[in-house]
Ligand binder design. Structure first.
Ligand SMILES: NC(=O)c1ccc[n+]([C@@H]2O[C@H](COP(=O)([O-])OP(=O)(O)OC[C@H]3O[C@@H](n4cnc5c(N)ncnc54)[C@H](OP(=O)(O)O)[C@@H]3O)[C@@H](O)[C@H]2O)c1
Length: 301
């Protein structure tokens, strides 16, 4: 296989999933109003703005209604929480997403916990995290969910494989590790989590069949850390200076692509790997949340 055959094309898979979601939305709309997603952005972080634009655009493509609420960077925590309360109580809204990170004066966890679990399409609420821990997932964090989809479409069996997740955030690393370890098709892997206090990460990754890098630091995984034939998934999004690019920077992942490519059997590029999958899974979660709208919390599967 030449190296091009090793690339996991997240854009292509995401396109397929968005088409599938569009078809499901069309069927859903025969008996319901269209699903409705509210996206809240606070401040003018350019990366966040670009993610939010992508989410709104994808919703439109799928036939999902969306409302974008833009709040100034100095909005008070109380104001943001009261807007979330309004959306929670509005039966015409199925999904609420608050784009992270938030400005430092707002407690991110308070905001996550204020969103009704049944409208928590990002899957970050402790209720939804707890459902995943209990192996009864409902709304699961979109990035890990998208990675599971890539693994199932590209690499097949994960049962019995050794997987290493580098990063233990509650929105990426931890749910990723839980999904891979689930007693379920697509799971059943033997999972190790590494983080900033882990010693000798290279000796752990060297034994791994699957490596997921979710750190936020370019060059975290290099070729010498990777076993021949490993599947390497790069979640990181890092800006590095690039005077040759119009913007003056380019995006790279956590994986040193050039040195890892010859060793890997499959690898996600950055951009074009995990990123588009996150958006596709958000659309799936929004449709799922719409299916449950109007039901009480304990009726949610
Ligand atoms: N593609 C997408 O759609 C998508 C979605 C979400 C996030 N991301 C990207 O994924 C990356 C991770 O996101 P996040 O929200 O999980 O970040 P985060 O909350 O900052 O977590 C980073 C994790 O990496 C660990 N870490 C930091 N330095 C390390 C090192 N030198 N060696 C090993 N582990 C180290 C941290 O360990 P401690 O816990 O010990 O601090 C932490 O667990 C970021 O680049 C983010 O932009 C991409």
């Amino acid at each position: 296989m030449n190296d091009n055959g090793k690339l996991i094309d997240g854009r292509e898979v995401s396109k397929t999933i968005l088409e599938e979601v569009s078809e499901d939305v069309a069927v859903f709309c025969r008996s319901h109003r269209p699903p409705h997603l509210v996206v809240v952005i606070v401040g003018d972080n350019p990366a966040s703005r670009s993610y939010v634009r992508g989410k709104v655009k994808a919703a439109k493509k799928c036939g999902i209604d969306s409302t974008l609420l833009e709040l100034p960077p100095d909005v008070s925590s109380d104001e943001l929480l009261s807007r979330i309360d309004e959306f929670n109580g509005d039966s015409s809204i199925d999904g609420i997403l608050v784009q992270l990170p938030l400005p430092g004066h707002i407690d991110q966890q308070d905001v996550i916990e204020r969103i009704s679990p049944s409208k928590d399409v990002d899957g970050f609420h402790p209720y939804n995290m707890g459902r995943l821990v209990a192996d009864k997932p409902v709304l699961v964090s979109c990035t890990p969910l998208g990675i599971m989809e890539l693994l199932s479409r590209y690499s097949g069996e994960t049962a019995g494989k050794r997987a290493v997740v580098i990063g233990r955030s509650s929105i990426v690393g931890t749910p990723m590790a839980l999904l891979l370890a689930r007693k379920h098709e697509g799971g059943d892997a033997t999972v190790t989590i590494c983080h900033s206090r882990s010693e000798d990460i290279a000796s752990v990754t060297a034994e791994a069949d699957i490596i997921i890098a979710a750190v936020g630091r370019a060059g975290t995984v290099t070729g010498d850390m990777v076993k021949e034939g490993a599947v390497v998934i790069d979640v990181g999004i890092n800006r590095v200076d690039d005077p040759n690019s119009k913007k003056g920077y380019r995006l790279v992942g956590d994986v040193d692509f050039e040195s890892v490519l010859p060793k890997a059997s499959l690898i996600t590029p950055v951009p074009g790997g995990v990123g588009p999958m996150t958006i596709a899974m958000l659309m799936r979660n929004t449709l799922a949340a719409a299916g449950w709208a109007g039901r009480s919390e304990d009726e949610v599967p």
